[in-house]
Each structure stands twice: as structure tokens, then as C-alpha cells.
Design a protein around this ligand. Sequence first.
Ligand code: TRP
Length: 334
Amino acid sequence: MAKKDIVLTGDRPTGPLHLGHFVGSLQKRVELQDKYKQFVMIADWQGFTDNFDNPQKLRDNVTQVMLDYLAVGIDPKKTTFFIQSLIPQIAELYFIYLNFVTVSRLGRNPTVKAEIQQKGYGENLTAGFLTYPVHQAADITIVKGTLVPAGADQNPIIEQSNEIVRKFNSTYNVDIFPEIKIVESAVSRLPGTDGKAKMSKSMGNAIFLCDTEDVVAKKVMTMYTDPDHIKVDMPGKIDGNTVFAYLDVFDTDKQMVESLKAQYQAGGLGDVKVKKYLIEVLNNFLEPIRLRRNEFAQDKEAVLDIVIKGSEQVRCIAADTMLEVRKAIHLDYI
Ligand code: TRP
């Protein structure tokens, strides 16, 4: 990674952020802000593509997502926060990029394909939703981003962004946009509390960074373990056991985790006991985040101000990028 690398990531403001976001990207952002110029974007336009009938949800969650960012330690002194819809140049670049990708290629993007299926869109699939990876390419390239810390599910989107950007550069024989690389998290994916592959708000299997101690306890107690482990003295399986998957990620006491695993596999360690231990681990992890979140929540106007000021800065950068783009496409009238 060269020093001149620029980091950009974002999240749709469809709800507060959860542990899956933390391991997938938030953690990395805290680290990267010390090494690179970093932008963190609230992707309200992307959220709009499947919430256009309920935009108030997006509006309300902008502050929630900002509070989560600040609470985990993404620092406005080091990171520039902005709101996607406050940068009109992203829409402009998106429109241009739409010509550098085919409809059939868009339909083959595995991440989008899975979402379309999950939402059961069928004939109701909108052009807006199908093309969201195109404005994601614009989000990243409007600030000439080169690094995107994200979970593995973002890989196909980054790949598609690079195809668009390469085609743009080669069509006009320019070198405006650099190649984008994903910075994959160490933990590829945190399962949901139900044991399903992915933690997600819409699947109702998420533990949120703002959940209270009691809510965390309740969620852990219902967590998926080894369905065949019915009695305490029976040997249990670790593989596919969500409680141990979480301990692997969140417990810093690796020796303890290993010894619990050994006991569980040998028989004699009950699910309730391991769950109680996980509750303690998670609440210890979340406590400082909760405290900081509550502090920042005292002044929500100041929080919104951070992201509005950041957006002003990004608009200037975006305007410069668009000057180059208009020149490249020979539509530079002024
Ligand atoms: N697609 C991301 C998500 O669903 C959000 C996002 C929008 C994003 N634009 C981005 C992520 C640019 C990284 C870079 O969470």
C-alpha cells in the first residue's frame, strides 16, 4: 500500500450498526485512519434504492450511524465523514458510468443477485436497485479512492467498479481513476445469532453496538449452538456453533476459549454456561462503545454538523474530479 492511497467506505443508514459491521469494516477503519487519508460515507442514496417508499427511516438513521462511527473511535480529526446525497457530483459520475456497464453484467453481480432474490423483486426490480453498484463505483472514484475496507461480500462490487473505471480510462485514453483494492477483514464474516451465514438487521439476527446489557444477554441466550447437544454431559460440536464463533472473535483470552472448547467437546460443559460467559465477554467489549455513544448523543446537532462540514469538503474534491472527467469526455464547455 503506497502512502498516497485513499481510503473510502460507507454504510447504508437503514438502522444502527451491528457486530457484523464492526468486524467487517469498522475495526479496520479505526486502524487505517492513522495511515491514510480516509473518507467515510453515509450511503443514503444507496439505502434509498430499496427504501424510497420510506425515506424517513434513512433520515433518522443518519445520526444513529454517525453515533456508531464516533463511538467505535472513527475520529473526525482524522477521517472525513460525508453524506452521499450531499455530493451531487456522485450522481453525475454515476450517470456517465452507466454507459460503461451492460445490463446483463449488472444482472450477473452475485452480491446484487442474492439481494434481489432475498427481497423477491422479480418483475418489480427497479433500475435504481440494479444499478446501485454503479454509484458505488462513483462514490469511491469521486475522491479517487484506492482502498476499501470491507467484508468479502463487497468483492464483486469492487470488481465491477474496476471494470467500469478501466473501461472509462481506456475509452478516453486517460489515467484519471486508479485501481481500487479491497482491504478484507481478518474475520471474513460474522454469523447471525441464528447461526445463518450473515448477521444482518433485515434477518433479525443482529446484535447492535447500541444494544443494552439486557438485550445482549437475551440475544445470546437464544443463540444457535449444536442442536444435538441436548444434555450437559454429552460431547458438543464447535464447528458451526455460533457461541464459539463469537468467542473466537471477541474474547481476547484465547487460552480460556481453547479450554472451553476442549471441555465442550469432551462433554460436561453446558450451553447455558458458555452463553453466560459470552454475555460477559460481549458486554465488556461493548461497554466503552456504549459510554462513548451516550456521550456523543448528548449533542446530536454537533454530530450532524460533523458530517455536513465533511460533505462541504468532499464537494470541493468532487468538483475537481468532475472537471477532469468533463475534459476527458470532451464535454468541457466552461
Ligand atoms: N454497499 C455498502 C453496504 O451495503 C455501502 C456502500 C455504499 C459502500 N458505497 C460504498 C461501501 C462505497 C464501500 C465503498 O454496506
